[in-house]
Design a protein. Structure first.
Length: 167
């Protein structure tokens, strides 16, 4: 029972002056970050209109299959600061795993609204490594915003297209 649905066309900045890593898909990456921004804006609106507060917010790909339960004891809301993000180990591809993240509202606001900082992120990456991809973009954003990334072990796979792994 979705609380909100946004299926408006996606528009994003002109990427022609930036070089995408050959193994990345610029369009898919931009759609991911625009959609995460829209989801967070919808979440914020819902929380405000309904006077609801969540201790933890989880951002996860929908095609993620977990082989184990998420150990919520790792994410004690009373100990998580506004600059703590929890990300599964692995899948960093030269940056930071962008498949799942957990944090409180304020940390996840920074994580989920990455698109609003896209141009400075891309400019930084062009100067440092000369290309961009989703994982380096995320890592640069976390560094630029002084977000502390905590890693945890989670046995999972993506189950989409050619990456399909039968659970």
């Amino acid at each position: 029972k979705p609380k909100s649905l946004n299926n408006n066309p996606i528009k994003y900045m002109n990427m022609s002056s930036y070089t995408c890593h050959p193994e990345s898909n610029s369009h898919n990456m931009m759609c991911m970050w625009v959609n995460r921004l829209r989801v967070f804006e919808d979440l914020r609106k819902y929380m405000t209109e309904n006077n609801v507060w969540y201790d933890l917010i989880i951002s996860s790909r929908l095609d993620l299959w977990c082989y184990q339960r998420l150990d919520y004891s790792l994410f004690d809301p009373s100990k998580i600061t506004d600059t703590d993000i929890y990300v599964p180990e692995g899948h960093d591809w030269g940056g930071l795993n962008d498949q799942m993240a957990i944090g409180n509202f304020y940390a996840m606001e920074i994580y989920m609204t990455l698109y609003t900082n896209m141009q400075p992120i891309l400019n930084t990456l062009m100067k440092s490594i000369g290309t961009y991809g989703p994982e380096p973009v995320l890592n640069t954003h976390m560094v630029m915003n002084n977000i502390h990334v905590n890693r945890f072990t989670l046995d999972y796979r993506l189950i989409n297209g050619k990456l399909y792994h039968k659970p």
